[in-house]
Design a binder for this molecule. Structure first.
Ligand SMILES: [Ca+2]
Ligand SMILES: [Ca+2]
Length: 244
């Protein structure tokens, strides 16, 4: 081995040692939370990701496992109904907006199926610098025959300039709730319609049970849901969540 090559090998080994030390100090966490669900409705599945360590995270990926029959978004949500955002952007420190990409190529308006591989890919020359802690939410549609607990699992991957770390799987189980019960107290009353209206007026930051509040089952909570609940309470309709 000539001198130049010996120096390069030594430098490479030193880098690997530094990387190994860095990875050993790195702290990764990924947790999942879900509210109660309604069969056939949409459910926000939220992942909280955190990282502390000496290495800058330059790429981010997740594998998400859905219960049987659950679906996630569409390849091109702009031409498919309902119009839901399949994977949101994530916060970054250098004002870049990496495109979220789902691996797979289903036919137009066919859903992605589990397990779902998600990556946030940067097109820019400079790597994206992710900021932690971060949170993102996937809107998943449950099958109409869903019963009992519905468990969602996410495994997060962090990539550095060299090397990659994977978190243990984070799981959360949703239980079935009463459709229209936005407050999550087990009954439908005027308080549920009011909670939705207060949320839409930005008087409260969140709805306790957003999937139960989505009476129209279109993946969003809006005034139509409050109207359905009011119509139900006025005995104008028999089921606040029945299809129109
Ligand atoms: Ca309620
Ligand atoms: Ca709705």
């Amino acid at each position: 081995m000539n001198e130049s090559r010996r120096v390069k090998v030594a430098a490479a080994l030193a880098c690997l040692a530094l990387l190994g030390a860095g990875l050993a100090e790195a702290q990764l966490t990924c947790t999942a939370t879900v509210p109660d669900y309604v069969p056939g409705g949409f459910l926000p599945v939220t992942f909280d990701l955190d990282y502390t360590g000496p290495n800058t995270v330059t790429a981010l990926g997740m594998t998400v496992e859905l219960p049987d029959g659950c679906q996630l978004g569409w390849e091109d949500e702009s031409v498919c109904e309902p119009d839901i955002t399949e994977v949101p952007p994530v916060p970054t420190a250098n004002a870049q907006t990496p495109d979220p990409v789902i691996i797979g190529d289903p036919p137009e308006c066919a859903p992605y199926v589990s397990p779902i591989e998600i990556f946030w890919l940067e097109e820019q020359a400079e790597p994206t610098v992710y900021t932690f802690p971060m949170q993102f939410t996937l809107m998943v549609q449950l099958p109409s025959e869903a019963t009992a607990g519905q468990t969602f699992t996410g495994t997060c991957r962090y990539r550095f300039a060299a090397g990659e770390l994977t978190t243990p799987p984070a799981a959360a189980t949703a239980i079935e709730g009463v459709c229209g019960d936005a407050t999550g107290n087990g009954t439908i009353n005027i308080g549920d319609a009011l909670a939705i209206q207060q949320y839409l007026a930005a008087l409260i930051p969140a709805i306790p049970q957003p999937a139960l509040a989505d009476a129209t089952k279109d993946g969003t909570v809006n005034i139509g849901d409050a109207l359905r609940i009011r119509q139900y309470l006025a005995a104008l309709i028999g089921d606040p969540c029945a299809a129109k």
